[in-house]
Structures are given as structure tokens and as C-alpha cells.
Design a protein around this ligand. Sequence first.
Ligand SMILES: NC(=O)c1ccc[n+]([C@@H]2O[C@H](COP(=O)([O-])OP(=O)(O)OC[C@H]3O[C@@H](n4cnc5c(N)ncnc54)[C@H](OP(=O)(O)O)[C@@H]3O)[C@@H](O)[C@H]2O)c1
Length: 296
Amino acid sequence: MILVIGATGMLGSEICRLLRKENQPVRALARETADQSKVHNLKELGIEIVEGDLRKSATFQPALEGVTTVITTASSMPFTYVPGENDPVLVDRNGMIALVDAAKQAGIKRFIYTSFTGSIDIDFPLRNAKRAVEKHLQESGITYTILRPGFFMEGWLSAMVGFDAANAKVRLCGDGTQPVSYISYFDVARFAVESLKNPHARNAILELGGPEKLSQLDAVKIFEDVTGKKFEVEHVPVEALQSQLETATDPMQKSFAGLMLCYAKGDPIDMKDMTSRFNISLKPVKEHARNMVAVA
Ligand SMILES: NC(=O)c1ccc[n+]([C@@H]2O[C@H](COP(=O)([O-])OP(=O)(O)OC[C@H]3O[C@@H](n4cnc5c(N)ncnc54)[C@H](OP(=O)(O)O)[C@@H]3O)[C@@H](O)[C@H]2O)c1
């Protein structure tokens, strides 16, 4: 039995779909407050649901009963953030560390944890939580895989962060010239599932990017070509992002500023070795842009 935590989220639900496609037995830990249509979709896939919450360690033991592998993609950032209640310290750090401890106690054989790329390396709550969990998991003795994906194209090239392709208006972080290896979360899900059987994923940190290193301006050009529209481009200077990071008082704003600053500074990932070890062909940004235009 594989326990997925974060199954109602974007990446977690895709991992669940792929696991069920392989007929793997899957259980999902879902919060009482989770969107019931998402829970329903998981049930339709043949997934067993257990109620639980990373902030409530008493819910772990029943969820871990009969489980050999844990895959976790859960995070409080950015959609489920509630100040002082569901935040990077309580969920991403404390909750996840408690989960690793419970998994060890339950004799779990394999733990796949979703972190983010190593170049996100400045002091902010979400980054500190991810690195603390990585370390705790590595020291736990459980066979681990730490997935360290870069920036998801579905998130960072979307209106949610100011990349409004539908209205041909984008707001870039910094001057937009630094290379970023945008990755599709669909590909991250495939790495998660292939990690279960690929020996290269045993006790390994997998830095994951897409097939190309593109600047934010390159990404704009791709969207302009695909849509046939000229985009209006605005820049948020690095100094403004830095000051946002320094002055933000709540962990969500601080973490978001930190992520934008790292994004502005670039996140190139060489995938040559990884693609020779894993049989996964990576989605290029152009394909994502075409899909976005097709559904608009
Ligand atoms: N977006 C990016 O560019 C990017 C890049 C690199 C790495 N990542 C990492 O990839 C992972 C997946 O991202 P995503 O976009 O798929 O996330 P997402 O859609 O926001 O999903 C988050 C999941 O975490 C669950 N969750 C939140 N608080 C919880 C709690 N207290 N207890 C249990 N579950 C809780 C949510 O459940 P509910 O449905 O109940 O809210 C949801 O299932 C995250 O760890 C993220 O940091 C993202």
C-alpha cells in the first residue's frame, strides 16, 4: 500500500492517477476541510481515503497501517496558507518531521519527499522547512528519495504570478534574462512514480528541471509566437524583491518574496544525466503554451 499525502493537490493528484494506472494500491491522507470534489475524484480512481492532517500527528498511525511507501507532496504554500494555523513552520517543517518519525516507527520501507531545487538557497521559512525535512529524512535511516523540482511551468507561467498570457500582459521578476529550467508538474509526477522502481532514486536527491534552460523573456517570446500577440512586459526589480523579503512579516509573504527572488536570479538545471537514468521525456514550455492557448 502506498500512502500519498497531498493527494488533493496538483502534483499529488497526478501521482495518484499514475499509480492507479499501474494498479498500485493507494491510500490518500486528506484533510477534513479538503475540497470534496477532489476527494471524490480520488475515490473514483479506487483510492482509499483516510482523514488526517500534518498538524495532527495522532492521525498518522492509522494512515500508515499496512503501508510500505509514503509519497508526500503536501505544502501549506501558497493555497492553503492560514497565518499561525496552516503555515510553513507548522505544516512544511514540524508536521513533515513528525510524519518522518511516525513513518520510521511504523517500519515504512520507502519515503519520497517533494522539496525544491537546491539553488533556492536563501533564508526564508519555506526553504528552511524543506531543508530541515530533507536532513531529518536522510538521517532517519528510511530509504528515501528527495525530489527537488525547479519552478513548475504551470504555476510560474500563469496569471497567478503575473504571467497573464490570455491578456498578453506579463510581470517578470528581475530583468528576466536569467536561465530557468521550467518543469511540468506532470513530469515531476512521473519521476515520483518511477522512483519507486529505479535504483538511481534510492537514497538519492533528484534535482529536476525541464528539457531547456529559458529566461523569462524567452518564455514570453514562446508565448508571443504561439498566441501571435505582442506581450506588454513589466519588470519587478531585484531590489524591490529583496526589500519585500526583508520587510515581510508573515511567513507566506516572506517565502513568496524569497521564491521570486530566486526565480529572478535563475535556476538552470542540467538534465542530461537524469534523462539517461530515467525513461522520461520532458515537456517543453512551447507545448505548455500551446495547451494554454487551446483551453483559453
Ligand atoms: N509550484 C512550484 O513551482 C513548485 C516547485 C518546486 C516544488 N514544489 C513543491 O511541490 C509540492 C506540490 O506542489 P503543488 O502545487 O501540487 O501543491 P498544492 O496543489 O498546493 O497541494 C498542496 C497539498 O498539500 C495539502 N495540505 C496542505 N496543508 C496540509 C496539512 N496541514 N495536512 C495535510 N495536507 C496538507 C493540501 O490539502 P488540501 O486540499 O486539504 O488543502 C494539498 O493536497 C509542494 O511541496 C511544493 O512546495 C512546487
